[in-house]
Design a protein around this ligand. Structure first.
Ligand code: SF4
Length: 226
């Protein structure tokens, strides 16, 4: 594994190479906090297409989060079946909505905007089914906080690049990688690494021969002999 200071230098190079490959990605707000939270829970252990389809069905069937909270769990489950693990995700989503309502008097997370990132993170991590990736996605995509969610693509690429040790946990990966990336670059780095994982550095057969990161990648160097 690289030292933090070397990691920061290396990450700068990674970001420049990814921008050349896929183009820059300026920060955008993806939606309100509750929407992003539910969408991210739906995305756990499934593809993007299936999680988005489940979210769209849920929003078409129910006009508000209050209605989702009060619906029969089987109804919610039916809407999100396409997103997988619906028997786990449906009661989980309803329970989170109930807790937010009990805490805030309404189902809204916008109050987190006023909190420090660490406090907002701790608030979200209290919910069953919310781990570091989900909490950080809400903070980054809804509130523009300088956090760094690590999904399976990013975790795999970081190990291949030698930035974090093989076998590091999700929590360790979040801690180590965040410190290697300038706060203002974290959104763009997240988006570009996920895209890189989907298009080039796939779990099986990564396309190292056409990857601009190969010169700084021990795994790629081993595969290409460069
Ligand atoms: S060189 Fe290969 S393993 Fe390394 S980042 Fe590129 S695609 Fe992934």
């Amino acid at each position: 594994m690289v030292r933090a200071i070397d990691g920061r230098r290396k990450m700068k190079g990674v970001l420049e190479a990814l921008r050349r490959m896929y183009g820059p990605r300026p920060w955008q707000c993806w939606g309100r906090g509750v929407d992003i939270l539910v969408e991210t829970i739906l995305s756990q252990n499934t593809s993007n297409a299936n999680s988005s389809a489940g979210f769209r069905r849920l929003r078409r069937r129910f006009r508000s989060w209050n209605q989702v909270m009060n619906a029969a769990v089987e109804e919610v489950e039916k809407c999100i079946r396409i997103s997988g693990l619906s028997r786990v995700k449906a009661p989980r989503i309803q329970s989170i909505l109930r807790q937010i309502k009990a805490d805030q008097g309404r189902i809204d997370l916008e109050f987190l905007k006023e909190r420090a990132a660490e406090d907002a993170y701790e608030y979200l991590m209290r919910f069953d089914g919310v781990g570091p990736k989900t909490a950080n996605c809400v903070l980054l995509f809804s509130f523009g906080m300088p956090v760094f969610p690590v999904d399976t693509h990013i975790h795999r690429i970081a190990i291949r690049l030698g930035l974090i040790p093989e076998g590091s946990s999700a929590e360790e990966a979040h801690e180590l990688l965040k410190e290697m990336i300038e706060p203002g670059d974290r959104y763009e780095m997240h988006i570009l690494l996920v895209e890189h994982g989907r298009r080039t550095c796939k779990a099986r057969s990564p396309a190292c021969e056409r990857c601009e990161l190969v010169a700084m990648c021990p795994y790629g160097a081993g595969r290409t002999g460069r």
